[in-house]
Design a protein around this ligand. Structure first.
Ligand SMILES: Nc1ncnc2c1ncn2[C@@H]1O[C@H](COP(=O)(O)OP(=O)(O)OP(=O)(O)O)[C@@H](O)[C@H]1O
Ligand SMILES: [Mg+2]
Length: 394
């Protein structure tokens, strides 16, 4: 802190400055009396100091007051003839004019100096404030940019994911379609062969044909799941009351999933109707329920919830293929192991499974995905390790 900053507060209090001017002038007179004969011939000397301090602390007005007052005090008490304000002509007038002239210049100089200094301080303060606001604005803008970038990255990864699903879908769809045609020939021929059995063949022939038929039928189920993923299965959409569908399934799910798993349904009131293939929707819910059971080997809670949902523009922007609008939502949640982000990213891929050989084919979620897409809907996984999983179908 400098002398000028320390005194700037006094300068701002106007009355205090004038009071100080009177006080300093009185003090200067007192000092002058104390020093007595030592300063004879210099009646104004101590008053210069009083004027200087008054101007410094009080500013221009108090400085001028101190100059006038001290001149009068000097005239009254110190200059011959004393005890009167009448000034001798010409020597008294000359001295007084000189004193007032110099003190006026002094006050003006001190005032100019303090003004300039205060102006500089103000400018510095303004600069600091500008810097601060600039900094907060930069921070705000970078935060906005970060959010925009995250949105964009999410949308880009969605597009990549969709493109990948699209090309896998085309590939598997093509293969499954041809394969299905060939299987129709195999199954037809096996049927014919069985009809033509006369009973005189080797006893194992009949069993062999049955085995072949079993294999071909399993292959046919597999191809129909692949066709479901590649959105090529025949669908018969109709108006569906999802509440009715879910409550109709809950008893069957309770029985299939076993006692260890508590099945709960939360059905929304005033639910809209949706347009979908009922039996495929049922099979999608069963697929999700079976996955939930597999994620809860020690038991747990499975919740199937329905609701009306509005997917807005912002959601549609970060999920490339979603059309904003009103949807009926079915959520299947479990309190199971949850999935890592890596598993979530690949869960819809056909043949992607984390289950052991012979336990999972990795087609369940692919089928759900293909069916939902073919029906013009949207499916989304929310999951946290150790917390559980929620899969929402719109
Ligand atoms: N509710 C869930 N909780 C935890 N992980 C899940 C859940 N649902 C799916 N997964 C994970 O996603 C993978 C893929 O699931 P998907 O249903 O496609 O195949 P699967 O269940 O392994 O085999 P399939 O359904 O053909 O018998 C699963 O292997 C599992 O790792
Ligand atoms: Mg599954």
């Amino acid at each position: 802190m400098t002398l000028l900053t320390a005194t700037s507060r006094v300068r701002q209090m106007k009355l205090a400055g004038y009071f100080l001017a009177v006080l300093f002038s009185g003090l200067a007179l007192w000092v002058r009396f104390e020093l007595g004969a030592a300063l004879d011939g210099f009646p104004f000397l101590t008053f210069f100091v009083a004027v200087l301090f008054s101007a410094l602390l009080g500013g221009f007005g108090p400085g001028i007051l101190a100059a006038l007052l001290s001149g009068l005090l000097a005239q009254y008490f110190l200059i011959d003839p004393t005890n009167t304000f009448s000034v001798q002509w010409p020597s008294g007038w000359l001295a007084m004019s000189f004193y007032w002239g110099t003190t006026l210049v002094m006050v003006a100089l001190v005032n100019g100096m303090t003004r300039a200094y205060e102006g500089q301080l103000g400018a510095r303060q303004e600069l600091r404030e500008l810097n601060d606001t600039l900094e907060t604005r930069i921070q705000e803008r970078s935060r906005q940019l970060e959010v925009e970038m995250a949105d964009r990255q999410a949308a880009e990864s969605q597009v990549r994911q969709l493109q990948k699903m699209e090309s896998i879908g085309q590939l598997t769809g093509g293969i499954a379609h041809d394969f299905n045609n060939m299987l129709a020939i195999v199954i037809g021929s096996l049927d014919m062969a069985k009809l033509r059995l006369t009973g005189e063949e080797h006893p194992k022939v009949g069993a062999c044909i049955d085995n072949a038929m079993g294999g071909a039928q399993r292959a046919s189920v597999l191809t129909s799941r692949l066709l479901a993923f590649s959105r090529q299965q025949p669908l018969a959409p109709q108006a569906v009351d999802a509440n009715k569908l879910v409550s109709g399934m809950s008893e069957m799910l309770r029985r299939t999933l076993g006692e260890q798993i508590l099945v709960e349904t939360v059905l929304a009131g005033g639910l809209w109707h949706c347009f979908a293939d009922t039996s495929q929707l049922e099979s999608a819910i069963i697929n999700l329920a079976v996955n939930a059971r597999d994620a809860m080997p020690e038991g747990g809670k499975l919740t199937i919830e329905t609701g009306n949902a509005e997917l807005d523009d912002r959601y549609a922007r970060s999920h490339e293929e979603v059309q904003p609008g009103q949807y009926v939502m079915i959520v299947v949640s479990d309190s199971g192991t949850g999935m890592t982000p890596q598993i979530i990213e690949r869960a819809f891929d056909p043949f992607y499974t984390t289950k052991g050989v012979g336990k999972g084919t990795g087609l369940g979620l692919s089928q759900v995905f293909g069916y939902v897409k073919q029906s013009g809907g949207h499916v989304k996984i929310y999951s946290e390790i150790g917390e559980g999983t929620s899969i929402k179908i719109y």
